[in-house]
Design a protein around this ligand. Sequence first.
Ligand code: ZN
Length: 214
Amino acid sequence: MGQESPGDEVEAPVKETPSTPLLGGPDAPEGFDSQDVELEILQYPHPALRRENAAVEEFDGRLRKLADNLFRTLYTRGDGIGLAAPQVGVNLKVMVYNADPSSRDGETVFVNPRIVEISGETDVEKESCLSFPRMRGPVKRPVWVRVQAVDWDGCPFERRLSDFEARLFQHEYDHLYGVVYIDRLADSWRCAIQPDLNFLIEDYNRSGREDAAI
Ligand code: ZN
């Protein structure tokens, strides 16, 4: 490339954020990938929790904004440590967590994650979920998992997660496949919380939203 002659304007390349929203499905809320917004966390039995989630194919400012908004929603509510995009009506394979919300150092974003190896050993701990208020139940999961994913720039990475982080990851990962933690409860626990689930179902049906997905 030749030298600039004096007086030439040099324009910096600007990566524009496209104005079309990411394809987040029929329940994707307005501005989820373009504005700073606290998103509504959808409760069971909203159908967005059971829908198929598409892999992210475009990596730009929209995806970063979605991840930011997922953290914003978690911190504003103050009662959760992880969130998956379908829980806010965005049916994309995006999930975030931060086990210590007092600091932003632990913010972790997984896009299009895949579990590629699991431990034979399992353990059982009680879990809760922002889409199932006031409920808890014991879930058996592998104690470690090896995961491949990409970050919000589309760069691939691999991590081996263990103990509490492995559980947190697997809980959010399930959401990306339409699975919620009550699906993994033993029958006795599932039956014990069924009255609470029935309340959620009645609430949902009264709201007049689209058909419930149990
Ligand atoms: Zn959850």
